[in-house]
Design a protein around this ligand. Structure first.
Ligand code: HEC
Length: 284
């Protein structure tokens, strides 16, 4: 009797599951979900390659220096790099004096406290300082940027799907809104249309606007695409400065494992050599 009720209850639950799944499926087919406008007009990041891509990738220090220059001259007015210290720039090939000069001449000073009065003050940066924040706090940042806070860029290539290719696409993706874009999705005041941005309109005006906006000292032609690519490469480095070291360590570990495996196999062979030959003798 108990078993009979048990089976009945089990069947009831199984039936409910099949019923609700079926209802959901019928609902989905008869009434398919409408794709949001953002979904229709949104574009996937462009195909762009970086020297650090792939298992044998390497940073191109020349490019990272150019990217740093773009960051410094174009982006730093609004975006911080709170996880990077000036001294880290040595990894891009700047020598000690250059790093000192970059820190000391940075347009935004480092926040400090006046040693005599205890009042908040600022001072020129030293290599050990992190890049100073462009705005005192988020309220000030939002007030200066149409209510949007420019995100810190230290980890941005890790924080956005598509990584550096997304940053590159965003920087080079500003365009006029298409004619068939619904009124509700058109950029409001202070917003700018960019199909690579999640909701299509963002508060950042196109930062890279003209060829030769920066003057590269290595003779590279500063096209808009080149500047966007260089700063994106620089932001790969800020997010993962030890990326290349990790890849190299990976290869070293693989080589070690390979050698260890061969050694293990050879010692197995030599340890069991006699035993096997005896067995063979017996078989013979
Ligand atoms: C005048 C200020 C300003 C400048 C200059 C500027 N940005 Fe922005 N940026 C913003 C603001 C404001 C936002 C936030 C936009 C939003 O959320 O609508 C933003 C957002 C971003 C984002 C995040 C987009 C996302 O997916 O959330 C990235 C990446 C970015 N900026 C990169 C750059 C780079 C690289 C430069 C330099 C080439 C630069 N910005 C220059 C103001 C600026």
């Amino acid at each position: 009797m108990v078993r009979f009720f048990g089976i009945l209850i089990g069947l009831f639950f199984a039936g409910m599951m099949v019923y609700s799944f079926g209802r959901g499926a019928v609902e989905y087919v008869s009434n398919p979900p409408v794709k949001a406008v953002e979904y229709q007009f949104h574009e996937k990041p462009k195909e762009v390659s970086f020297t650090s891509d792939g298992p044998f990738g390497k940073f191109d220090n020349q490019q990272l220096q150019r990217g740093f220059q773009v960051y410094k001259e174009v982006c730093a007015a609004c975006h911080g790099l709170r996880l990077v210290a000036f001294r880290n720039l040595a990894e891009l090939g700047y020598n000690e004096d250059e790093v000192k000069a970059i820190a000391a001449n940075w347009p935004i000073e480092t926040a400090d406290i006046d040693p005599n009065t205890g009042e908040a003050s600022t001072r020129p940066s030293i290599p050990a300082d992190k890049f100073p924040k462009p705005f005192a706090n988020n309220v000030a940042a939002a007030a200066a940027n149409n209510n949007a806070i420019p995100p810190d860029l230290s980890l941005i290539t890790k924080a956005r799907g598509g990584g550096a290719a997304y940053i590159y696409s965003l920087l080079t993706g500003y365009t006029q809104p298409p004619a068939d874009l619904p009124e509700a999705n058109r950029p409001g005041t202070g917003l700018h249309y960019n199909p690579y941005f999640a909701n299509l309109n963002l508060a950042m005006a196109q930062p890279i606007v003209a060829e030769d906006q920066v003057t590269y000292s290595d003779g590279t032609k500063a096209t808009m695409s080149q500047m966007a690519q260089d700063v994106s490469a620089f932001l790969i480095w800020t997010a993962e400065p030890s990326l290349i070291k990790q890849k190299q360590t990976g290869w070293a570990v693989l080589a070690f494992l390979l050698i260890a495996t061969i050694l293990a196999f050879l010692s197995y062979k030599s340890i069991w050599a006699d035993v096997k030959s005896e067995k063979k003798k017996k078989d013979a």
